[in-house]
Design a protein. Structure first.
Length: 205
């Protein structure tokens, strides 16, 4: 895998088909204007309370999040009455390659030497998807920290229309809650409950 020395843009307005049908995995969103409060794609409260795949998850906190999210989105829409509020889901994933076990023919009882690849490499993919429009933005980076997230937010912000305001729903990773995080003016962030990937549809992509 060739080394990547600096973050690079991966997508810009990626087509829905490239994401295996965003609407299929993230729910049925409808475009809306400032006068229409954005709809949440979270599952019903009872589903969050009854199904907690991670034993460290708090079902009560999940259910409260599902209940409160529509009100949070409506409040954000009310604070930006001249904007179309778009809901995005964001997550990061690491992809890598490392050497495998080496096999060689040899006489029983001996310990032969063999050439083996011991190097490994990986990169991070940051992505955000709006199920209502199919708009997707991403970033490839050899590392992941607050500076990289800030770069992603800056690039993501620049793809939004002048009449749009994005609500970015993501988890509580350290680089999402750092004091050094810089959230653009045309973006609002909403944090998911801890250990709740099932509330983030982008996990299915």
């Amino acid at each position: 895998m060739p080394p990547i020395e600096a973050p690079i843009t991966m997508t810009s307005g990626m087509a829905v088909s490239r994401w295996r049908s965003v609407r299929e995995h993230c729910g049925d969103f409808q475009p809306h204007g400032a006068a229409t409060p954005p709809r949440a794609a979270a599952p019903p409260a009872h589903a969050a309370a009854e199904e907690a795949p991670n034993r460290r998850a708090n079902p009560a906190a999940q259910a409260e999040f599902v209940e409160q999210l529509p009100r949070q989105l409506a409040a954000i829409a009310a604070a930006h009455p001249d904007k179309q509020v778009r809901v995005y889901f964001e997550d990061e994933a690491r992809f890598g390659q490392q050497g495998t076990l080496t096999h060689v023919w040899a006489q029983r009882g001996t310990r032969p030497t063999a050439v083996r690849q011991t190097e490994y490499g990986y990169l991070w993919v940051l992505g955000a998807v709006c199920p209502a429009t199919g708009h997707a933005e991403g970033l490839l980076s050899p590392r992941l920290n607050t500076s990289v997230v800030n770069l992603f937010l800056e690039q993501f912000s620049g793809t939004l229309g002048a009449d749009e305001h994005a609500v970015l729903i993501w988890d509580g990773a350290g680089f999402h809650t750092s004091g050094a995080l810089r959230v653009p003016a045309n973006v609002s962030v909403v944090q998911l409950p801890a250990y709740s990937p099932e509330l983030n549809p982008v996990e299915n992509l």
